[in-house]
Design a protein around this ligand. Structure first.
Ligand code: OAD
Length: 262
């Protein structure tokens, strides 16, 4: 009788097409705050008395760029002060093992790329933190660290317009290219869908799991706290990504079954 983690390792070894979905919980092990749950950024109002979703929204960036940037800068400083962890590196290794292993992330920290996940199989559905660009003339600004130290909001060197990062703020559309890529891949189906460190709060995060489930594919979740997906997936592994992922990789490497598909 296989344990849950061994079942997941076996499913990975037997799968051709894999989708890994990551959220803030993966980078929590790098020291970044999560958005929801214990210590989450969204558990309360800002010092201005606003829900953080209002402070970090597209309309707020237009109306009061300094206020929106106050919270963008907090995210930016947290990301610049942290690094990819072993969990990110295990995921990059899983993608190396499976040429059809795709990665859908809600994280804007860029840690997946830093850990070696290939650009062409990485879908950053909430965008990324850098490079900043000018909302007026489009000029790029690559020195995020310097911008965060200067007066906020950061301004364009060329035309003094307000800069912004290519992230998806609240009330903004998802990036078209990332969405197209996601739905093109979902359309081809996956043999295995694994979520890691996400509260699964958005339909485009839940949908690939439910579709895989409906198609009879294997589904799994790694999260120390249960989510609405936990009861649905084939295997729910309660635990921190940083603990579970290296153990999973150990089982994947040790399992002989379906090795021919590697
Ligand atoms: P959340 O903050 O909503 O959820 C984080 C999840 O990670 C929770 O379910 C935690 O239980 C779990 N978690 C905490 N520590 C963990 C660990 N060490 N290992 C594994 N899991 C852990 O983050 P997301 O689901 O990623 O969007 O949602 C984040 C999105 O919400 C952001 O991209 C942002 C926000 O709205 C936008 O800004 C558009």
């Amino acid at each position: 009788m296989l344990s849950d983690i061994e079942q997941l390792a076996r499913a990975f070894n037997c799968a051709e097409r894999v989708l890994i979905i990551t959220g803030a919980g993966l980078s929590a092990d790098s020291g970044l705050p999560t958005y929801r749950g214990v210590g989450g950024l969204y558990n309360g109002n800002t010092s201005e008395g606003l829900p953080i979703e209002a402070a970090l929204s597209g309309p707020m960036l237009q109306r009061d760029p300094a206020l929106c940037w106050k919270y963008l800068a907090e995210l930016g400083r947290a990301c610049l002060g942290a690094h990819a962890n072993a969990g990110h590196r295990v995921i990059a290794e899983l993608q190396r093992l499976k040429p059809q292993c795709w990665l859908l992330t809600q994280n804007i920290d860029g840690f997946h790329r830093a850990a070696g996940s290939p650009d062409e199989r990485l879908i950053e559905i909430h965008g990324q933190l850098a490079p900043l660009y000018c909302q007026s003339c489009g000029q790029l600004e690559h020195d995020l660290a310097a911008c965060l130290e200067a007066q906020l909001p950061p301004r364009c060197r060329q035309c003094a317009g307000v800069l912004r990062p290519p992230v998806v703020l609240f009330e903004e559309m998802l990036p078209e290219k990332a969405l197209d890529s996601l739905y093109q891949q979902i359309g081809q189906g996956f043999d295995l869908v694994l979520t890691i460190g996400t509260s699964a709060s958005f339909p485009y995060i839940v949908e690939p799991v439910l579709r895989a489930r409906a198609a009879g594919s294997f589904t799994a979740e790694i999260n120390p706290a249960r989510t609405e997906l936990s009861a649905t997936v084939d295997v729910y592994l309660p635990g921190k990504a940083l603990d579970v992922l290296p153990e999973l990789l150990g089982h994947i490497s040790g399992d002989r079954i379906c090795k021919s598909t590697l």
